[in-house]
Design a protein around this ligand. Structure first.
Ligand code: S3P
Length: 194
């Protein structure tokens, strides 16, 4: 792992219910890096997502979300902080630009993977009504954006959260070794110092 590379934040993107938060949390633990979930930041500062949608509308939510993402990326500069983004955050053009400062990992899945979690859906206003149908429609329109922004695409259709986090960590190391971005972890630093 080259010691001279500047560490970059790791941004996890992908559709609702793919597991960005759980996998991101585990990945950050493995890397010994901080974890930020931008939805959690929005909720902590402004109340539940369902309430924001109901009282102020989706547009207001998107503004708060874009600000939370910008703050997270700014704070994560020069580190491997893992940042989990809400499924629709990538639609904002400012966010798309800021993601250029991150290693962007797209968690790829299909409707079957998320069906069970979607069925238990709570707090996702965009899935109100026929959740599966809504999810499929949103995924179809957003998928090209996820693909375009991704530095790495990880298939998360099968595997436990730790398995998937290890898969991402390995992919990040391969990506760093290819000279495109750096992952600096206590283990990697040790390797370099040897
Ligand atoms: C949304 C995804 C949600 C949350 C909000 C809107 C979306 O985050 O930001 O309900 O537009 O896809 P998750 O992807 O973490 O569920």
């Amino acid at each position: 792992m080259p010691a001279t590379k500047t560490a970059r934040p790791i941004a996890l993107i992908g559709p609702m219910a793919v597991g960005k938060s759980a996998i991101g949390h585990q990945l950050s633990h493995q890397l010994g890096a901080p974890f930020v979930d931008t939805d959690v930041e929005v909720v902590a500062n402004h109340g539940s997502i369902a309430e924001i949608f109901a009282s102020r509308g989706e547009r207001a939510f998107r503004e708060l979300e874009a600000r939370a993402v910008a703050r997270a990326i700014e704070d994560a500069r020069g580190s491997n902080t893992v940042i989990s983004l809400g499924g629709g955050a990538v639609l904002d053009s400012g966010t798309q630009q800021l993601l250029g400062q991150c290693t962007v990992v797209y968690l790829e899945c299909d409707a079957d993977t998320v069906a069970e979690r979607i069925a238990r859906n709570s707090g996702r206003p965009l899935l109100a009504g026929d959740a599966m149908d809504r999810w499929k429609t949103l995924f179809a329109t957003r998928r090209p954006v996820y693909e375009r922004l991704a530095d790495l695409v990880i298939d998360v259709r099968s595997g436990s959260v730790p398995d998937l986090a290890h898969r991402i960590e390995n992919a990040l190391r391969g990506y760093a070794a290819a000279g495109t971005a750096a992952v600096t972890t206590p283990a990697a630093t040790k390797e370099v110092e040897k």
